[in-house]
Design a protein around this ligand. Structure first.
Ligand code: PEP
Length: 251
């Protein structure tokens, strides 16, 4: 059985006080939600304070990126996986399409960052997903397969047990256009097939694959009925504690 994960990506939203207010509002709303793991990803500057407020709660904290470098050094403005771990966070979102589109993230850097997370004892949430023109020209599976091959290059079986994949079709992010549950399931099953070719099927069966792209309280239930959808990575609808809690409490 794969325990579902519902993760909120707060992107570059919320000042420190707002981030703290949101998690304090969220905490009681999901206190009994033991059916899934709950993760929220504030900006770097809020990580430590938010982690302190959530100590002992069932909400885990993610960073939205980390450095490829693992050792401290002259890398101005970079934040290492070890430094993220030091804040109390447990997860890192890696390779989000906004990082790929606007900040030159490549499959190679996604791979290095994933390894850095794993070495620091963090869980990597590795994002993949095709653009609209790639889907329309029938290349969605090839694109996702290439991204996965790059991101997961030379990861061991035990590494694979500590990562989460997020399938986020770029055309569905922040657009209000969700992939249908069937479209999402089809890609999730494809991803699991690739994992089973790369690793033993036992591993492929245990990796959680989240769907992301305009997930809302109104569509989470249908998405979660699909066999290979193990949770959601939520952007816009995670910014409000109430709507995020409704998504978490989809059952
Ligand atoms: C995201 O940013 O990962 C995302 C899925 O955004 P949204 O839910 O707003 O589409």
């Amino acid at each position: 059985m794969r325990k579902p994960v519902i993760a909120g990506n707060w992107k570059m939203y919320k000042l420190l006080g707002e981030a703290i207010d949101t998690v304090m509002e969220l905490k009681p709303l999901i206190i009994n939600s033991t059916h899934c793991e709950v993760v929220v990803a504030p900006v770097f500057t809020a990580l430590k304070s938010v982690c302190s407020r959530l100590e002992g709660s069932n909400i885990k904290i993610a960073a939205q990126n980390c450095a490829t470098e693992q050792k401290q050094g002259a890398h101005t403005c970079e934040v290492s996986a070890e430094m993220i771990k030091d804040t109390g966070a447990s997860h890192v979102i890696i390779g989000h399409s906004e990082r790929r589109q606007f900040f030159s993230e490549t499959d190679e850097t996604v791979n290095l960052k994933t390894k850095a997370c794993l070495e620091s004892g963090l869980t990597a949430i590795v994002c993949v997903g095709e653009m609209l023109d790639q889907r329309e020209s029938g290349k969605a599976e090839t694109v996702v397969a290439t991204q996965l091959a790059g991101a997961l290059d030379s990861l061991t079986v035990s590494d694979m047990k500590r990562i989460i994949i997020a399938y986020e079709p770029v055309w569905a992010i922040g657009t209000g256009k969700t992939a249908t549950p069937e479209q999402a399931q089809e890609m999730h099953a494809f991803i699991r097939r690739i994992l089973s070719e790369k690793q033993e099927s036992e591993v492929a069966g245990t990796v959680r694959i989240l769907y992301g792209g305009s997930v809302k309280p109104e569509n989470i239930k249908d998405l979660m009925t699909q066999m290979d959808i193990d949770g959601a990575l939520v952007g816009g609808a995670s910014l409000e504690a109430k709507s995020f809690a409704e998504i978490v409490n989809y059952k």
